[in-house]
Write a protein that binds this ligand. Structure first.
Ligand code: SF4
Ligand code: SF4
Length: 265
């Protein structure tokens, strides 16, 4: 079983073509600028959010907070109440149950993209899922990852994955720790490993105020050396938690700044 935050049936921004994007709950990073920080931790069933639900869609059963999707009006009061960077709005799926969801959409999609949270924390589950999605449904499988798990330890997953989309938050180790809580050694190892295996669809960097964006973009461009796309994502304040806003502020980089960074690539 794996805990899923959300399934977006049709997405045109999570890899090539029309794709079903599956967002797994739980992340090993805690990025300051994360725009969906409620995907970071798994719910501890503390129960604080139950009374904030206007339609009684939440209740505690056998010490576990349960969510009634049919009653939910998506007001997000529960997410705003949670101080654990979590949400009660998740669902446990078996591989078979997820395949059934994908099967319904399969005539209309080119493939699936697994994301998060950090989807590779469920590496064994993904291996089983991809075997069916590729073998029986004949769809492509993309992985959107923060690169925080050593992928050379998960060769079967890498071989089954058509392409990866990898975030490189910062080339500077200290800055990477400041943004994510962890160093970038494994991320950079994964960058080189996936490049060597020709498994990268794109690398992404979030361009955010207060960071040494220039040196990250220059160094990452050198490593990629034109082998795959390099996408710069403009920081946006929407969804960013208070301590992240304290660091990066309310203002996104301007068009001119983004153009200068793109020119560096
Ligand atoms: S998002 Fe849904 S579950 Fe959460 S408080 Fe609102 S109605 Fe209740
Ligand atoms: S979502 Fe957060 S506040 Fe609600 S029960 Fe889970 S941990 Fe507690």
């Amino acid at each position: 079983m794996a805990l899923v935050n959300k399934i977006i049936p049709f997405s045109c921004i999570d890899g090539p073509g029309n794709r079903t994007a599956i967002f797994f709950q739980g992340c090993n990073f805690k990025c300051t600028y994360c725009h969906n920080p409620e995907t970071i931790n798994k719910c501890t069933s503390c129960g604080k959010c139950i009374s904030t639900c206007p339609v009684s869609a939440l209740e505690k059963i056998d010490n576990k907070v349960t969510w009634d999707e049919k009653k939910c009006v998506q007001c997000d009061n529960c997410i705003r109440t949670c101080s654990n960077l979590s949400t009660p709005k998740t669902k446990d799926y078996s591989v078979g149950q997820l395949v059934e969801e994908i099967k319904k959409l399969s005539p209309f999609i080119e493939g699936i993209t697994v994301s998060g949270g950090e989807c590779t924390l469920n590496a064994d589950f993904l291996v089983d899922l991809f075997k069916v999605v590729k073998g029986e449904l004949n769809l492509t499988c993309f992985v959107d990852t923060n690169g925080g798990i050593d992928l050379s330890d998960h060769e079967e997953l890498v071989n089954l994955t058509d392409k990866f989309m990898l975030d490189v938050k910062s080339i500077d180790e200290k800055e990477h720790i400041m943004i994510t809580g962890l160093d970038n050694n494994i991320v950079l190892k994964n960058l080189r490993y996936l490049l060597n295996k020709n498994k990268l669809y794109e690398v992404r960097t979030v361009v955010a105020p207060g960071l040494n964006n220039k040196s990250t973009i220059k160094e990452v461009s050198k490593i990629i050396n034109g082998s795959c796309k390099y996408k710069l994502n403009r920081y946006r304040r929407y969804g960013v938690r208070k301590d992240g806003l304290d660091l990066h502020g309310e203002i996104s980089p301007t068009d001119e700044e983004m153009k200068n960074y793109t020119d560096l690539i």
